[in-house]
Design a protein around this ligand. Structure first.
Ligand code: ADP
Ligand code: MG
Length: 292
């Protein structure tokens, strides 16, 4: 592109809070064919809240929450913070956790009040050798509602399910529609379970959903989508997203995201509005047209 076209494009972006880090980012924006969106914190607000506390019988609601919160207080995961905050809001006393173990993409395990407590997804329970039993159906109900089901196992026995909701951002569905108008395929990529992700993807009009992806595997999924030379943009907010942002042809970070995501990306959306993804592509296209 000519220096003038690039200046104009960069200026147009800046006005809207779409920050292109360099000329290549602006040019690549014009050529994007696939946009991959991270779910949590990108398509959703990233403000998870506990909505359900389901117990298996042996343990009461408060006791389940108290133990789960003790483990999750040691974790920095947004789901963990939601559980800890909910326990505090219920006024449950805090107990200390020991031998804490964070299992990325799975959950967390720790010793609490003489019990071994595991809090996380199905994969974590499998890893701990715990079957869900009767709680399996309850877990499926939570997931079918588009909420994330976090399981709690105490001393190797499934004890409860905690449902957590994270509302979509107001403009997420409109953003998907705007990308479709540009002829772009929209993919949702998430570590969350398939049933929860499916429900949200459908609500937002997403074309393709890739769920239950471990943090270390997100970049490989981008590489698969790039097959045949397709130009793939990745939109993310989290530390986990950085390798995928780097692997993509155009990394786009949500401004409210982590420093690592913002540093890795080629474009930063200062307003944290998913609609600005389509704006970035339109500005790129306009810039490219002016070049010719
Ligand atoms: P995402 O791709 O949605 O940002 P992560 O890769 O961080 O998600 O986590 C994927 C899944 O692992 C979560 O949806 C959750 O089921 C589980 N998980 C990870 N950490 C925790 C935790 N501390 N407590 C409960 N569940 C967790
Ligand atoms: Mg995220």
């Amino acid at each position: 592109a000519t220096p003038t076209a690039i200046m104009v494009g960069t200026g147009l972006g800046a006005k809207r809070g779409v920050f292109f880090k360099n000329a290549i980012a602006l040019e690549t924006s014009a050529r994007v064919q696939v946009v991959v969106m991270d779910k949590t914190g990108t398509l959703t607000k990233g403000e998870p809240e506990v909505t359900d506390v389901i117990t298996g019988g042996g343990t009461g609601d408060d006791e389940l929450l108290r133990l789960a919160a003790a483990v999750e207080r040691e974790s920095e995961h947004p789901l963990a913070q939601a559980i800890a905050a909910h326990a505090d809001a219920r006024g449950l006393g805090r107990v200390r956790a020991g031998r804490f173990e964070n299992v990325p993409g799975h959950g967390a395990v720790a010793d609490v009040a003489g019990h071994r407590v595991a809090v996380g997804n199905r994969r974590l329970l499998e890893r701990e050798g715990v079957g869900l039993g009767e709680l399996g159906a309850r877990r499926d109900e939570v997931a079918a509602g588009g909420r994330t089901a976090v399981m709690v196992a105490i001393d190797g026995v499934a004890a409860g399910v905690i449902g957590i909701a994270d509302a979509p951002r107001e403009t997420s569905a409109a953003a998907v529609a705007a990308l479709h108008e540009l002829g772009v395929e929209v993919v949702m990529l998430t570590g969350d379970n398939a049933a929860t992700a499916q429900r949200i993807a459908r609500r937002l009009g997403i074309d393709t959903m890739i769920a239950e992806v471990l943090p270390g595997d997100k970049a490989a999924k981008i590489a698969e989508l790039q097959a045949g030379g397709r130009k793939v943009a990745m939109v993310g907010d989290g530390v986990n997203d950085a390798p995928a942002l780097a692997r993509s042809d155009l990394g786009i970070a949500i401004g409210a995201g982590t420093d690592v995501a913002i540093e890795t990306a080629d474009v930063v959306l200062m307003r944290s509005d998913p609609l600005d993804v389509a704006a970035a592509l339109r500005i790129g296209r306009a810039t490219l047209r002016k070049m010719r």
